[in-house]
Write a protein of this length. Sequence first.
Length: 217
Amino acid sequence: MYALRMINNGYADHAGSRSDFVVVGHPEYNAGKVRSDYGYKEEWDTRGIPSMPPRSLPGDKIRRMGTTKYLRLLAEPAQKPKYKERVLAKSRSDTQIGRSMSSTTSNDGGGFAGFLKEIDSCDKLPSVAPNRLTAGYANHIRHQPVMKHYNGIQEDLADLKTRLRLAPEATKADLLMGDSWRYYALHLKQAKKNDLALRTTKLKATKTMERAMRGPE
């Protein structure tokens, strides 16, 4: 504040009658740097602005739960189910999602048997991830959580295909135990749909390029 007095003394013309009283009423502006460095006189009110005690979400939670219970929860955190388990639980509880998943698998070859036939017939599994541009300078989408999620599903499907070849009975029992095969069947169908759309787009682009290269007939 004392620097303002050295730069421009125009504030003093209005003597604090405007909203700039926050400047001209400050002790540093009035007393200067030398006198302000040794503290303000008793005539200046140095008390803080009255306000409510500070609050925060952790503080409110500690006051509600108590310190002992809060520290126990921090020391022994609850184990949350994995993402796949949460999706399967939601599909079983939500009738709309369950209906869509059942129609997805039953209409494509007869439920569990059809899913096994589909995954066994694929020499190379189609890409589960949506058709997005992941290359290019300053394009970091491949490192984003959504792409890591689809890469994880792709690895799970490849691992499942290998397990079905090496230990078919144990793998089938594992898939049927938690009904997790529906989760993979849904993503496998979506992968085939994405692959078909990509091949259709490439075919149209190829025909357009050939016509452009031939020129007018």
